[in-house]
Design a protein around this ligand. Structure first.
Ligand code: NAD
Length: 346
């Protein structure tokens, strides 16, 4: 595999390989951009089949973090760590200590946090070796309530944009995935009288949430095809794909999941279909806003105020897309790139 073409494709600044035999650590840290500040992004712990997937995922995720922080107005770049291993069997204090020492050597160019497969406990172990880590158990805990709050604001912005009215009462909203983000979102929307449709692979937990909020439960196979005002994907990526896109019966898509579109082509198709899509990294930026704030000593009111700005940001992106006749994901990318390029030129 040739690495430089991959780095050039995404315009990634650095890629570090980390290996520690005693602990079994094998990791890569990708730094996409430091144009706006030190790169921030979680560490994913995942059992990839092949080395190439580890590298590709790190590069792609780091780029996503740059765009997310840029549009959210944070003075941070994008980076991502990926540890190659089975999160159920390969984790240990010595492994995270070794990983922390590698991060320390980068001197603050990369700041890590939790991601898929890592927890606050893992961050605590990293913090024994470096200060370039947030999301530790003492620094603030779970970001998902703030991620949900941002998604809520993205939904309100889209309703305002489409209907000139952001009221949630009696709006029908289908949420895919009722884990950390989805369940918080569900409760926020229920409090304002929205009609909710939910699904999760965990039938039982989803059922309990339905009982609590008066939502209707459907199967994971049919959630994307529900007739609703808003489809809010809050599970895994790639939910808008070749198989699902023709079956959509929503007017708006706004959710918490990363990489909602299987490819850019699907963003173009949504535009052609007249479905308003709030780009995922815009609506789900609440989590990174929360962890970034920990660098300045966490202030929850300040975080909430910054997260609520996602509403205006989302609205502006939808307006820009409309006036320039481009898909919304392109409008968001243009805003992110403009801010990064402006700083790079300084
Ligand atoms: P989570 O693991 O707590 O919840 C995900 C839920 O989705 C689980 O309950 C799982 O059973 C369910 N699920 C998985 N596949 C499904 C399917 N096909 N159909 C229905 N349900 C399915 O994760 P989370 O923290 O809530 O994150 C959800 C998404 O939001 C992820 O894509 C994550 O990357 C993204 N995200 C999370 C945060 C955060 O603060 N937690 C921040 C930004 C982005």
């Amino acid at each position: 595999m040739d690495v430089f073409p991959l780095m050039q494709e995404g315009d990634v600044e650095n890629l570090f390989f980390c290996q520690d035999r005693p602990s079994g650590l094998k990791a890569v840290i990708a730094i996409h951009s430091t144009a706006l500040g030190p790169s921030l992004g979680g560490t994913r712990f995942w059992n990839y089949d092949r080395e190439e997937e580890v590298i590709r995922d790190a590069l792609r995720l780091a780029q996503g973090m740059s765009y997310k922080s840029s549009v959210a107005g944070l003075n941070l770049g994008g980076g991502k760590g990926v540890i190659w291993g089975d999160p159920k069997n390969n984790k240990s204090q010595t492994l995270f200590n070794a990983y922390g020492r590698f991060i320390e050597r980068l001197g603050g160019m990369y700041i890590t946090a939790e991601d898929v497969g890592t927890t606050a406990q893992d961050m605590d172990w990293i913090a024994q070796e470096t200060r370039w880590v947030v999301g530790t158990s003492s620094k603030g805990g779970d970001p998902s309530p703030y991620t949900a709050r941002g998604v809520y604001q993205g939904i309100k912005a889209a309703l305002e944009f489409v209907d000139g009215n952001s009221e949630l009462k009696d709006r029908c909203i289908a949420i895919q995935g009722t884990g950390s983000v989805g369940s918080h979102l569900c409760r926020m929307l229920a409090r304002e009288g929205a009609q909710l449709i939910l699904c999760d692979l965990d039938d039982k937990a989803c059922g309990l949430l339905c009982d609590e909020t008066g939502a209707r439960q459907v199967s994971p196979e049919t959630i994307h095809a529900q007739k609703c005002d808003v489809l809010a994907p809050c599970a895994l990526g790639g939910v808008i794909n070749e198989n699902t896109i023709q079956e959509l019966r929503c007017r708006i898509i706004a959710g918490g999941a990363n990489n909602i579109l299987a490819s850019e082509r699907h963003g173009d198709m949504l535009e052609e279909m007249g479905i308003v899509y709030v780009p995922d990294y815009v609506s789900n930026a609440g989590g990174v806003i929360f962890v970034a704030d920990q660098l300045d000593g966490l202030d929850r009111d300040r975080v909430a105020a910054k997260v609520d700005k996602i509403r205006q940001t989302s609205y502006n992106i939808l307006s820009k897309a409309q006036s320039e006749n481009i898909p919304t994901y392109r409008a968001a990318d243009a805003i992110a790139e403009e801010r990064m390029n402006r700083n790079r030129d300084l």
